[in-house]
Design a protein around this ligand. Structure first.
Ligand code: ADP
Ligand code: MG
Length: 280
């Protein structure tokens, strides 16, 4: 596989001349799942999901608990084998290149794609070290560069002003919302092109939620975001695309499409019921 070639591909589409087109105007697949199935101990926990995640767009994945939303994120990020012993069938592509849960492609995906979970998990070290450790691990030798990237990431998640005078205090002393923003900043210092956010505001109060939503809106031109959320109003506010998952004997994708279209004119009976029950 030509890793260099893959890394050098542009992350956003360029239109005619110098105009930068919003990639979601011209859907350009970043991740593609085709007939994706996940089986654990003989039980299928995700059935036949075919879904495209378009570059430079916000795609929300919504659906009831147990409908396979987190499993889908784990599979496309290649983290599934770290979490459970599962068989994965079907096709997965990243930037047009096929991959599986053991492929070399995962090195690239891990460099380019940051994953954030509902429960923030800062390392039990200082705020600064939480951000410096991944940079050292990534081989950023210059202390000045590390410092710049750390400040930039903390500013991007609106945490800088709150912590600049206590960067060397334990990250565990932060509030829940601050911890989540620190985890976002920890992903951002590595300059990902994509963020997979698994219910990032599920455990946060409305104010802390608003800050994360503002972060997504502010960065929508430079990041591809996949947002798993239970909050349909949030999905409606933020998404270009939406995918509805359902639970049952086996979790599966019900339908997906442009958010404005799907929220106003869902085609499947399940989606109509789900949207009504959640009163978007
Ligand atoms: N580690 C695991 N081992 C076995 N089954 C699991 C595991 N994690 C999740 N599942 C099952 O997979 C299905 C989808 O779960 P999940 O992806 O967590 O759903 P969601 O994120 O939509 O709540 C559920 O039926 C759940 O019980
Ligand atoms: Mg989940």
């Amino acid at each position: 596989m030509k890793i260099k070639e893959l890394r050098s591909r542009p992350t956003i589409c360029h239109g005619a001349g110098l105009t930068l087109m919003r990639p979601c105007c011209i859907p350009h697949p970043l991740f593609e799942a085709e007939d994706l199935c996940v089986e654990v101990c003989g039980t299928e926990i995700l059935k036949s999901v075919s879904l495209q995640i378009n570059e430079g767009c916000v795609t929300s994945i919504v659906g009831p608990s147990g409908s396979g939303k987190s499993t889908f994120l784990l599979v496309i990020s290649g983290l599934l084998p770290l979490v459970m012993k599962a068989k994965v069938r079907g096709k997965l592509r990243y930037r047009g290149h096929s991959f599986d849960q053991n492929s070399d492609m995962l090195q690239i995906i891990r460099k380019e794609v940051g994953v954030i979970f509902q429960e923030p998990t800062p390392f039990p070290v200082s705020i600064y070290k939480n951000l410096e450790l991944p940079l050292k691990e990534a081989g950023i030798r210059s202390k000045a560069e590390r410092k710049d990237r750390i400040e930039f990431a903390l500013r991007n998640v609106c945490l800088w002003q709150e912590v600049e005078d206590r960067l060397h205090r334990s990250a565990l002393s932060l509030s829940g919302g601050q911890k989540q923003r620190l985890c976002l900043a920890r992903a951002l210092v590595l300059e990902p092109t994509t963020l997979l956010l698994d219910e990032p505001t599920g455990a946060l109060d409305p104010l802390a939620t608003e800050i994360i939503e503002d972060f997504i809106k502010k960065n929508e031109d430079r990041l591809t975001v996949v947002l798993v959320t239970h909050n349909l109003a949030q999905a409606k506010r933020l998404s270009n695309y939406v995918a509805i998952f359902r639970s049952g004997e086996t979790s599966s994708l019900v339908e997906s499409g442009e958010a404005a279209e799907l929220f106003s004119r869902p085609t499947e009976a399940f989606t109509k019921r789900y949207l009504l029950s959640e009163a978007v």
